[in-house]
Design a binder for this molecule. Structure first.
Ligand SMILES: Cc1cc2nc3c(=O)[nH]c(=O)nc-3n(C[C@H](O)[C@H](O)[C@H](O)COP(=O)(O)OP(=O)(O)OC[C@H]3O[C@@H](n4cnc5c(N)ncnc54)[C@H](O)[C@@H]3O)c2cc1C
Length: 540
């Protein structure tokens, strides 16, 4: 093992990892080596918000995870893509900033995750954030590294019509869906500033880059954590040339490799289901059968509509080279135009029934339509259209990820088990019914020719179930595979320390016991902030 003397090894420079690296090096007292499997964030499409469709077609920037086909999900093996570069998901994602509901975090706390209630995590959301205008100081930070902006001016006219139609259908206008109360419809916050994507790499990491106590290495795949007895003392790394080396730490190894990678690194290191590990020839360090279990993700159930006129939709613009050249000029000169948008123009949250106590469906609206190619990349349709998608905020189905061998180059098995719990079908179907109700409201109905997918005649429970099982797509929000908790089965304690060993913590979206309502990047960043604080508290 090399004699390098870093205090902390941070594995993965994604949403959480870049924040952890920044916060641990801020005081100058600790040294950090940040190890990222992917490359640098230099691709020219990264800063352009609408560049997401291009980015998702560049395999070098992605982990191309394929899920195991299951009959409940139409036998499909869709790609559960994740970002593989500095910034992780934040360098390639849809930039929607959605914290979740007060009740999400209070339920974590009730499950034994002391310190994770809404009131206790709100300061960490605020700490990262720099919102220059709007919102209340009670909920928003003004001086963090992450600059956000309201997606208010640059939303399409058909999105404005949808906003009005939703209110005609009884949804209230919600001025700030990041205040812990999501119910209603309102303007999104985007991880965008002056038209440029704000990733954790070009904000938190860039701010820390000049510090002498931070070293960042890209194309450095962490193969496993190294233990002496039960203490994590370093990691084994493979660089781009295939050279394998080891590096030591004085204090802790912090795994921030994301929901699909962190449990695989743990399992390859001997932390997991001892019987499974032994069957692959891995000497178990600690028997933690829950590592890799509790996988949760959000699914999109799309409704696609054909609209009367090309001007009602962005499809023609998005697929015309001359028009996109004009948009590119606007973006370059002023940071405006249709390249400056989050992946959805509007989002809303509602309850799927009168007996539901908080919103269990998110509906996201896009004034364009697309088809997902087998690679997982989207392609714009050749008719004027709009999409509204129902997303169940708290799916009941649970999946699992596990290694197939000791070889870090062999993909793990991802049993997403989407829609394996029938309650998920029922809730998504009720979400689609509500969206259809909104689309019948006067503010928008005149623009619509027809529902093209799944089609207005697809209304029976059986037909809707078939549609959901064969057409739902991932929102790319996997979480939960190293859940924290107070119970003996939890992988982590509420301070994010791996149970049964020393010197090892997990700080990324995998720690969530239950998925947050809505998009997961803001919660992952909050976990990075709080995880860094917990680590520093132990150092003191
Ligand atoms: C296409 C897409 C669109 C999305 N859109 C949105 C959105 O609009 N809004 C939203 O809120 N959320 C969105 N998300 C989800 C969001 O980006 C993730 O929830 C978030 O990035 C998770 O943060 P993380 O820190 O857990 O992991 P990540 O951000 O994925 O970071 C993990 C990092 O670890 C690295 N890594 C993995 N394994 C190793 C290893 N063995 N050695 C070294 N490094 C390793 C990875 O390369 C990566 O850089 C989207 C995700 C995707 C993929």
């Amino acid at each position: 093992m090399s004699n390098a003397s870093h205090d902390y090894l941070v594995v993965g420079a994604g949403a959480a990892g870049c924040i952890v690296a920044n916060r641990l090096t801020a005081s100058g007292r600790h040294t950090v080596l940040l190890l990222e499997a992917g490359g640098r964030d230099t691709n020219p499409w990264i800063p352009i918000p609408a560049g997401i469709s291009r980015l998702l077609a560049i395999p070098d920037l992605l982990w191309l995870n394929r899920i195991t086909p299951k009959p409940e999900f139409g036998g499909r093996s869709i790609a559960l893509l994740q970002g593989k570069l500095l910034g992780g998901g934040t360098s390639i994602n849809g930039m929607m900033y959605v914290r979740g509901q007060r009740g999400d975090y209070n339920s974590w706390s009730e499950l034994g995750c002391t310190g994770w209630s809404w009131d206790e995590v709100l300061p960490y959301f605020k700490k990262s954030e720099c919102l220059e205008e709007g919102g209340s100081d009670a909920f928003h930070g003004r001086s963090g590294e992450l600059k956000l902006s309201w997606m208010k001016e640059n939303i399409h006219d058909t999105a404005r019509a949808f906003l009005e139609a939703a209110q005609q259908d009884g949804l209230r206008f919600n001025e700030d869906m990041n205040s812990g109360v999501q119910e209603g419809i309102g303007y999104l916050l985007g991880c965008i500033y002056k038209g440029r994507r704000q990733s954790t790499a070009n904000t938190f990491l860039r701010a820390a880059a000049g510090r002498p106590n931070l070293e960042t290495r890209t194309t450095s795949l962490v193969r496993r954590v190294l233990f002496e007895e039960r203490r994590a003392v370093g990691v084994e790394i493979e660089d781009a040339s295939g050279t394998v080396s080891t590096v030591r730490c004085n204090r802790e190894v912090l795994l921030c490799a994301g929901t699909l990678s962190t449990p695989l690194v743990l399992q390859r290191s001997g932390v997991g289901d001892a019987a499974h590990l032994a069957s692959l020839g891995i000497q178990p360090v600690v028997d933690l059968p829950q590592v890799g279990k509790n996988l949760q993700d959000h699914l999109f159930a799309h409704l696609k509509f054909r609209l009367r006129e090309p001007r009602f939709s962005l499809n023609a613009t998005l697929s015309s080279m001359p028009r996109m050249a004009l948009e590119a000029m606007k973006w370059l000169l002023f940071g405006t135009g249709w390249l400056n948008v989050t992946s959805s123009h509007l989002t809303s949250f509602f309850r799927s029934g009168p007996d539901v106590h908080r919103p269990d469906v998110q509906a996201s609206m896009r004034p364009f339509t697309f088809t997902i190619l087998p690679s997982g990349a989207p392609k714009i349709d050749d008719f004027p259209g709009m999409t509204v998608s129902a997303i169940q905020t708290h799916p009941y189905s649970r999946g699992e990820v596990r290694i197939r061998s000791r070889d870090p180059h062999e993909d793990g098995t991802i049993d997403a088990n989407y829609l394996s719990d029938p309650r998920d079908i029922a809730i998504l179907a009720r979400g689609l019914a509500r969206i259809r109700g909104i689309m019948r409201q006067p503010a928008i109905a005149d623009r619509v020719v027809e529902e093209v997918e799944p089609g207005a005649d697809v209304t029976s429970p059986e037909a809707l179930e078939h549609h959901l099982r064969t057409e739902c797509q991932t929102v790319y929000h996997p979480v939960g595979t190293c859940r924290m908790g107070a119970d003996a089965d939890a992988v982590l304690d509420p301070a994010l320390r791996v149970r049964g060993v020393q010197g090892l913590r997990v700080i990324d979206a995998s720690v969530m016991p239950v998925i947050s309502s809505g998009n997961t990047v803001a919660p992952a960043m909050m976990i990075g902030e709080k995880g860094a604080d917990l680590t520093l508290a132990d150092a003191r």
